[in-house]
Design a protein around this ligand. Structure first.
Ligand SMILES: Nc1ncnc2c1ncn2[C@@H]1O[C@H](COP(=O)(O)OP(=O)(O)OP(=O)(O)O)[C@@H](O)[C@H]1O
Length: 242
C-alpha cells in the first residue's frame, strides 16, 4: 500500500525539553490514522513537523513523497488542515469565508455541497462570529476540505459537537475515505477513534507507548474497552517509575 505520511525517528525539543521523542509513523493512502495522548503529549508538535510549520531537531518527515520544509507551496494544494481557531476577518460571513478559502486553491470541492453535508446551508449568510461553537467547529472542518485535499489533518475533530453532528461528521469522513482521502486526526474521544481509525499511535510525554490498530491495543492490555486500555497505556509507565 502506498504510504502518504512517513515519519522516521522524529524528535523535537523546546528549550531543551523533549516534546517528541523518537517517533515513527507511517500512514497508508485512504486510511484514517489517530494520534492519541493527553494534553501536552506531543500531538500538535508532530503534526506541525509533518506540515513543515515546525522544524524537528532530528529525524525525517515525508508527506506525499515531499519534504514539507522544501515543498511547502506544492504541499499546500494537496493538504487540508482543520484549525481550532482560524484567522478570519471580524465581520466576515460563512459563505464569504468559504469563497475566500476556495480562491486560494486551484482545485476545490464546492463549498455549498460541504455546507449542506455539515448542516450549515442556512448559515451561509450568517457572521462567522455569530455561529455557535459547534457550528464554527464544523465550519473549520469544511474549510479543511474545500481544497479537495489528498490528506486532511483534523485536530480534536469533534470537540464541542452534539451527538447528531458528530455522527454526521463521522459518516461524511467515512465516505471521503472510501474516495481515497487519507485522514490524520487527534481526538480525546475513544468512541470516535474506534469508529474511524484504522491505526493509532498512543503518545505519552512525547514517546510512543502503543502503535497498531484498535483491536491490538485492546488485546495487548488487560482490558476490554479502548478507553480503559488507553488509560492503562498512558498511566502504566508512570507506575514503573514509582
Ligand atoms: N512553542 C512552544 N514552546 C515551548 N514549549 C512548547 C511549545 N509548543 C509546545 N510545547 C510543549 O511541548 C509539549 C507538547 O505540546 P503539544 O502541543 O505538541 O501537545 P499536544 O499533545 O498537542 O497537546 P493538546 O492535547 O493539549 O493539544 C508540551 O509540554 C508543551 O508545553
Amino acid at each position: 500500500m502506498e504510504t502518504t505520511i512517513n515519519v522516521k525517528q522524529l524528535s523535537k525539543t523546546y528549550d531543551g525539553i523533549l516534546a517528541v521523542d523518537n517517533v515513527n509513523i507511517s500512514v497508508a493512502r485512504g486510511t484514517v490514522f489517530g494520534l492519541l495522548g493527553a494534553n501536552g503529549a506531543g500531538k500538535s508538535t508532530i503534526i506541525e513537523c509533518i506540515l513543515g510549520t515546525k522544524r524537528q531537531d532530528s529525524g525525517e518527515v515525508s508527506i506525499l513523497g515531499m519534504n514539507p520544509q522544501r515543498e511547502r507551496k506544492k504541499l499546500f494544494e494537496k493538504v487540508g488542515v482543520q484549525f481550532q481557531e482560524a484567522n478570519y476577518q471580524e465581520n466576515i460571513r460563512v459563505g464569504e469565508l468559504c469563497e475566500v478559502t476556495e480562491s486560494l486553491y486551484k482545485t476545490t470541492i464546492d463549498y455549498k455541497v460541504l455546507l449542506k453535508q455539515f448542516g450549515l446551508s442556512e448559515k451561509s449568510k450568517s457572521l462567522v462570529n455569530e455561529l455557535s461553537s459547534g457550528q464554527r467547529q464544523r465550519l473549520f472542518i469544511i474549510l479543511a476540505l474545500i481544497p479537495n485535499p489528498e490528506i486532511v489533518f483534523l485536530d480534536e475533530l469533534t470537540t464541542g459537537l452534539d451527538s447528531k453532528a458528530r455522527r454526521d461528521v463521522w459518516n461524511f469522513l467515512s465516505y471521503l475515505k472510501k474516495q481515497g482521502l487519507t485522514i490524520l486526526l487527534t481526538s480525546h474521544f475513544m468512541d470516535e477513534i474506534e469508529a474511524l481509525c484504522d491505526e493509532i499511535c498512543i503518545l505519552k510525554q512525547g514517546k510512543t507507548v502503543f502503535y497498531g490498530n484498535v483491536n491490538e491495543a485492546i488485546l495487548a492490555s488487560p482490558f476490554e474497552k479502548l478507553e480503559d486500555a488507553y488509560l492503562w497505556y498512558t498511566e502504566e509507565f508512570e507506575n514503573e517509575n514509582i
